[in-house]
Design a protein around this ligand. Structure first.
Ligand code: FPP
Length: 244
């Protein structure tokens, strides 16, 4: 959308920090894993809603590069849920017209998960519906450092004049190359942090922090978030319409 063009309408790209699974489980005297299982159910609801609404891009923060620091049992439980999700959901997503993309490092995950990731991307590459992006073993600082490293290498090898480096050149070396920047970033569970998520891409994003825990977030909450976004005035550093 152009600068100063009034109310925001439907975002092209929504990104979600799915937080609060652990607290949801603890409140019910359940193990944390039960919260993550309920979190997967919420993923399914929100992805279906996004398809119904006709959203172009949805990015979900499934596992951060810092999440490896959690106890091995919890990391193992989460990896088990990713395996199940890829085994059980990809064919339905393919039929829904979803194109899958997984952003993040692929060096630390188990080889079988890496294969599932690659297959899910390949088997949905021809689709033209929702772009569903999972940030998995993702860290924004690492992403920017890797892009800077690539530019530095090109400069050191004499293929690039450092003086000519532009934000677009760095942008095109990020995992998200080719995607529009997120218009709206939602974080559930009342926390108000970005937690190393889409640091570069969030430059002009609108933020929405909701108290709902992720497992309780569904179609109604997603539509309410989009509705709130539609009333935001986005200026991208320019003046509001009336003063332009
Ligand atoms: C944050 O809740 C959530 C995560 C670290 C993982 C997000 C994972 C899912 C929603 C389920 C897996 C998704 C797929 C697609 C298979 P938390 O554990 O930090 O909650 P807390 O802050 O209440 O402890």
């Amino acid at each position: 959308m152009a600068a100063g063009s009034g109310n925001a309408g439907l975002p092209r790209h929504v990104a979600v920090i799915m937080d609060g699974n652990g607290r949801w489980a603890t409140m019910r005297h359940l193990p944390r894993k039960a919260g993550h299982i309920a979190g997967v159910a919420a993923v399914r609801k929100v992805v279906r809603a996004a398809c119904k609404i006709g959203l172009e891009n949805l990015t979900l923060y499934a596992f951060s590069s810092e999440n490896w620091k959690r106890p091995a049992t919890e990391v193992g439980a989460l990896m088990g849920l990713f395996r199940l999700y890829f085994q059980q959901d990809v064919s339905e997503l393919r039929d829904l017209g979803v194109r899958m993309r997984i952003i993040g490092s692929r060096t630390r995950v188990d080889p079988d998960i890496r294969t599932m990731i690659e297959e899910s991307e390949l088997s949905t590459a021809h689709n033209s519906g929702l772009n569903l992006i999972f940030a998995f073993d993702y860290g924004g600082k690492e992403e920017i450092a890797a892009a800077a490293r690539e530019l530095a290498r090109a400069a050191a090898e004499g293929r690039l004049d450092p003086e000519t480096i532009t934000p677009e050149m760095l942008n095109s070396r990020l995992f998200t190359a080719g995607l529009p920047e997120p218009d709206l970033i939602i974080r559930t569970s009342g926390e108000r942090r970005l937690s190393n998520f889409l640091l570069w891409q969030a430059a002009y994003a609108e933020f929405l922090f909701v108290d709902t825990l992720w497992p309780d977030f569904g179609e109604a909450e997603f539509r309410a978030a989009l509705d709130q976004f539609s009333h935001r005035e986005r200026r991208f550093g320019a003046l509001p319409d009336a003063k332009a």
